[in-house]
Design a protein around this ligand. Structure first.
Ligand code: BGC
Length: 441
């Protein structure tokens, strides 16, 4: 791994591409979910999104102008394998191939996420993560990706935010009320998919990372007790909740589920866990990522912890997430302490209210302040010993924000969905300047 710090921006296929019924692409869960009553804001869907499928050159030119040296994007599985497995769609293959070539021509390193929530509908109907065949499906998909792109792409991220995927936000589990047993089976299958994908990509010489998420726990004060309490809270695993860092990361890094897993779940609910499975799951990754946006304040209580409310008036983003920049200090610090892997922030950013001004610009001062303060904290963590290798800002442009559809804007580029015109927001210029100043850290 190159140990130079990388500044980047991130997107995901379904959120920007559009062309849902073009270029031989198969359907995914996200082509279908918006049609369910109330599933997305005003039933808005992904048919056109940001029309990136047709405007990718213009978008890459914007990335180039921004000055970042890395672009994280995902592949829509059903664009290259319309049925999820079987026939390969050459038009889809060509689309990403051209994208990769253009990025490289512009001196931008592609970081490809294999799975950012779009599940081929044909396989989704068969149970998605709950069907044990998912491991074979995902491996087949990974092989196709590796075969066509690993000659030019050095960095891959297997799975984005497993916690969201399996809790409904990622839309791949239908929001159904799964039993504990089913949930744990899905977790295990997902981890196996990650492990197999890592092995396959390694065979092609690629470097592989993994991108779970979670609100980071911030110590209420800097006392030893509060720091210990926050650490304990961050690595908690509670029955019934898949919102857990160690549930999805300990098996990958240590080859074992956390001890708490065996305490909080009944033996009969556990999947069949073989030694071979754990070896596959813990195939060493080359870098570890985390998407961090917000978090919680935690203080010591007896021998445990207590989550405390944010002070009255603490600002919130449009997602109703509290703004606490220290999540980008304590999150990376605790994660690096425990997992000791080259570390990336694979997503960080915010949705604020963006209004196009009379001067045709977007003056998003709130976002600039959010970015400035979070990046400062992350760089402080780096100074304090975290082996930080990069920061990917979410997101390059406004896009389809899942259930919230187009009602929330995360971009540093504004998208007028009626005309697909892009407007660089003030935060675009802020980030451009920051990268210039800090290119050699
Ligand atoms: C996801 C993105 C999403 C962002 C903001 C992450 O959970 O990976 O796809 O748009 O956060 O909600």
């Amino acid at each position: 791994m190159d140990n130079k710090f990388v500044w980047g921006v991130a997107t995901a296929a379904t959120q920007i591409e559009g062309a849902a019924y073009e270029g031989g692409k198969g359907l995914t869960n996200w082509d279908v979910i918006p049609t369910r009553n109330g599933a997305t804001f005003e039933g808005q869907g992904v048919t056109e999104a940001c029309d990136h499928y047709h405007r990718w050159k213009e978008d890459i030119a914007l990335i180039k102008e921004l000055g970042v040296k890395a672009y994280r994007f995902s592949i829509n599985w059903a664009r290259i394998l319309p049925n999820g497995v079987g026939d390969v769609n050459q038009e889809g293959i060509q689309f990403y191939s051209d994208l990769i070539d253009e990025l490289l021509r512009q001196g931008i390193e592609p970081y490809i996420t294999l799975f950012h929530w779009d599940f081929p509908y044909e396989l989704y109907k068969k149970g998605a993560w709950l069907n044990d065949d998912v491991v074979a499906w995902f491996s087949e998909y990974t092989k196709v990706v590796a075969e066509y792109y690993a000659d030019r792409v050095k960095y891959f991220i297997t799975i984005n935010e497993p916690q969201c995927i399996l809790t409904g936000r990622g839309g791949t589990v239908n929001g159904a009320p799964y039993t504990s047993k089913e949930k744990l089976q899905m977790v295990h299958n997902l981890l196996l998919c990650h492990g197999h994908a890592t092995r396959i990509l390694h065979e092609y010489g690629a470097k592989v990372g993994y991108a779970p998420c979670g609100g980071a726990s911030v110590p209420y004060t800097n006392s030893e007790e509060d720091i210990a309490a926050a650490r304990k809270h961050y690595f908690r695993l509670e029955e019934g909740s898949l919102w857990s860092v160690p549930l999805f990361s300990d098996p990958v890094i240590f080859g074992e589920y956390p001890e708490s897993y065996y305490k909080v779940y009944k033996a009969e609910d556990l999947p069949n866990i073989t030694e071979e499975d754990m070896k596959i799951i813990s195939t060493p990754i080359d870098f570890y990522c985390q998407n961090i946006y917000s978090g919680q304040l935690v203080k010591a209580k007896d021998d445990g912890y207590e989550v405390v409310k944010f002070p009255i008036g603490t600002p919130m983003t449009c997602m109703d997430w509290f703004i606490e920049p220290r999540v980008l200090y304590w999150g990376p610090k605790f994660l690096y302490e425990r997992y000791k892997k080259p570390f990336f922030i694979s997503e960080n950013g915010c949705a604020v209210t963006d209004i196009v001004s009379y001067d045709d610009k977007v003056h998003d001062g709130g976002r600039i302040e959010y970015l400035k303060q979070h990046i400062d904290q992350f760089l402080k963590a780096k100074e304090d010993g975290v082996d930080a290798r990069g920061y990917f800002l979410w997101s390059l442009m406004d896009n389809f924000e899942w259930a919230e559809a187009y009602s929330k804007r995360f971009g540093i580029i504004y998208v007028d969905y009626a005309t697909q015109k892009r407007i660089k927001k003030d935060s675009f210029y802020y980030y451009q300047q920051l990268i210039k100043e800090k290119k050699d850290i």
